[in-house]
Design a protein around this ligand. Structure first.
Ligand SMILES: [Cu+2]
Length: 148
């Protein structure tokens, strides 16, 4: 009886080790798939504008992190690639003098110009939503404007 009991425990032990060895490797905090690096917005030599195109999709901005210089005008071409869903671009920070809210209908491109004066990190986002549903911002449609 004692031998049976012992071999039973051994079987369980071996089984447990087997599972540990054979099981899938533990996945440590999965990183997001190839995150896009911040875009240092180039200055157009012809007109001095810091110009970039930002693609709006459901529910994202690409690139979602832009770096610009303070005191120089910025021009963003907001290009929607959706076929139905309207989006917008909201960038507001009273202390920094930023107050932009522009609708971007499906498939359209609109241009916004502004001159950031105060270095800092500001969020832009889409606040569109359907009744009772989370806003697009809640679904991840958000980005960062870094003013240096
Ligand atoms: Cu949206």
């Amino acid at each position: 009886m004692r031998v049976d009991l012992l071999s039973g425990w051994l079987a369980i032990l071996v089984g447990a080790i087997g599972v540990t060895v054979m099981g899938p490797a533990p996945i440590a905090a999965a990183e997001p798939a190839s995150p896009m690096p911040p875009l240092q917005v180039p200055v157009d030599m012809a007109d001095g504008l810091q110009r970039a195109t930002v693609v709006l999709d459901s529910y994202s901005y690409t690139p979602h992190h832009l770096i610009v210089r303070a005191g120089k005008p910025v021009e963003l071409l907001l290009t929607s690639i959706t076929s139905i869903t309207p989006h917008n671009f909201v960038l507001k920070d009273e202390a920094a003098g930023l107050s932009i809210e522009r609708d971007v209908r499906a498939g359209k491109t609109v241009t916004v110009q502004f001159t950031p004066t105060k270095p800092g990190t500001y969020s832009f986002y889409c606040d569109k939503k359907l009744l009772f549903l989370p806003s697009h911002r809640d679904k991840g449609m958000e980005g960062t404007l870094e003013v240096r």
